[in-house]
Ligand binder design. Structure first.
Ligand code: LMR
Length: 453
């Protein structure tokens, strides 16, 4: 711990000091220094092992990223990290997409410089990302009604939008699903945007509580920002059907709410970029103004590059121009301008027809591997569990996660007894599971479900 000087003034009962000297006196409680002053007052500085940061309390580990830290510390060979949503190969190794490696080679050959990007990011990236999201022929894009600003992946883009909400809609509140990705609450809390939850997950059916969701969206104050997961809801893996999305759009429109989509898995959930963007496109087709945060962490495996975007679809080009100017104004004091590397990768992959097609194939492969382990896990659970419990909800979920329905104590048992690392809400990342580990995982789930209450 750093040693800190505590200074205080007092009339000296102990020493008359030469103004020019500083006398050190050793004391068992620490080093005591007495400094003289001609004014008759003595300034005394006590150096003790007390930090100026004594008042800073210990933060709890992050409920998701903290799981990886705990996993690393475990020395058991059986350990399995199903905490963070990060894709692994069948050998449970991190995966750098072939198209990313090819794009990086092209970038190196071009010898591009490292100058600052504009505050709004790389123009070629912003164009590509908005077109991927909405479709290049989308009227909102053609009419110049979309404000797109490059963000620091999904989280940074959500955070920028939350700052925008706080500044321009200080009375509005955000509505978030119950449950939701843990960081959503942190983002709105830190941006000082009040939030409340709408019903989403029904533990009885391990499915969507559609009626509850609609009722809560209706009951919220008009003009709320409704946070929606574009596809592959995190943590539940439960998505509304296309018909339900239509109904949700109708209710949000009636209530004059503003939809705020988090799209973290476009192309990665179903294997199709268009299918995974269909919820957002439905809302745009309704003529609504909305916000969409995008991430390329999962679908291009660019986790550490922090590349994503915030898009605001407005009703006029003029509004879009003003909104964009304010997003830039918010970004400048936060991080100045975004990093270029990931933006160039995305722009190169999307802008090159050969690479673009290869990307789609690789995404299908990744999505396919996750579907295979999902199926195998279900098969293993169904074969091994003789209790008659219906595990079919696992097959109904979509994306990289499965919401097992295990409670905190059961999730703790998964980790403490079986060395399976997962979040305490019962979520497992199937992207971190291999076919060869499915049976072991099934044993762990069955034990935790039946033997821990
Ligand atoms: C997750 O939910 O595991 C990922 O989105 C990683 C993260 O940042 O939480």
């Amino acid at each position: 711990m750093a040693s800190t000087m505590l200074s205080f003034g007092l009339s000296s009962p102990v020493a008359i000091l030469d103004n020019s000297k500083r006398i050190g006196v050793g004391k068992s409680v620490g080093d005591l220094f007495i400094k003289g002053k001609m004014s008759g007052r003595v300034r005394m500085a006590v150096s003790v092992n007390v930090s100026r940061f004594e008042g800073v309390t210990m933060a709890p580990p992050d409920p998701i990223l903290g799981v990886s830290e705990a996993f690393k510390a475990d020395t058991n060979d059986l350990k399995l990290n199903l905490g963070v949503g990060a894709y692994r190969t069948e050998e449970l190794q991190p995966y750098v997409l072939n198209v990313v490696q090819k794009a990086e080679k092209l970038m190196l050959e071009k010898g591009e410089n490292k100058e600052y990007l504009p505050i709004e990011g790389l123009a070629a990236f912003n164009k590509a990302t908005a077109e991927l999201l909405l479709g290049a022929d989308n009227a909102a894009l053609q009419e110049g009604r979309v404000a797109t600003v490059q963000g620091l992946s999904g989280t940074g883009s959500l955070r920028l939008a939350a700052a925008f909400i706080q500044r321009y809609f200080p009375e509005a509140k955000a509505l978030i699903s119950s449950p939701t990705w843990g960081n959503h609450k942190n983002i709105f809390n830190d941006a000082r945007v009040p939030w409340s939850e709408y019903r989403y997950y029904d533990p009885r059916t391990v499915g969507l509580d559609f009626d509850g969701m609609i009722a809560d969206i209706k009951a919220a104050p008009d003009g709320s920002f409704v946070l929606l997961h574009g596809c592959a809801h995190n943590p539940t893996g439960i998505d509304p059907t296309p018909e339900q999305w239509e109904k949700i759009a109708d209710v949000i429109q009636e209530k004059n709410h503003i939809p705020f989509f988090d799209v973290a898995y476009q192309g990665f959930a179903s294997g199709s970029l268009d299918e995974d963007a269909s919820s957002v496109r439905t809302f745009v087709a309704h003529g609504m103004e909305l916000l969409v945060a995008q991430s390329y962490s999962k679908n291009l495996g660019l986790y550490a590059e922090r590349i994503g975007a915030i898009n605001v679809v407005c009703s006029s080009p003029d509004a879009a121009t003003r909104v964009k100017s304010q997003l830039k104004r918010l970004a400048r004091p936060m991080y100045s301008n975004p990093p270029v590397h990931g933006a160039r990768i995305v722009a190169n992959v999307v802008g090159n027809p050969t690479l673009f097609n290869e990307w789609k194939e690789e995404m299908e492969l990744m999505a396919g591997r996750i579907k295979n382990v999902r199926q195998k896990l279900f098969d293993s659970l169904s074969q091994k569990d003789k209790s008659g419990k219906d595990w079919s909800f696992i097959l109904k979920q979509i994306g990289m996660f499965s919401f097992t329905g295990l409670n905190k104590a059961q999730s703790d048992n998964m980790t403490n007894k079986w060395h399976v690392y997962m979040t305490k809400d019962g979520r497992i990342s199937l992207a971190g599971l291999s076919l060869s580990k499915c049976e072991y995982l099934a044993d762990a789930i069955i034990d935790s479900f039946h033997n821990v209450s």
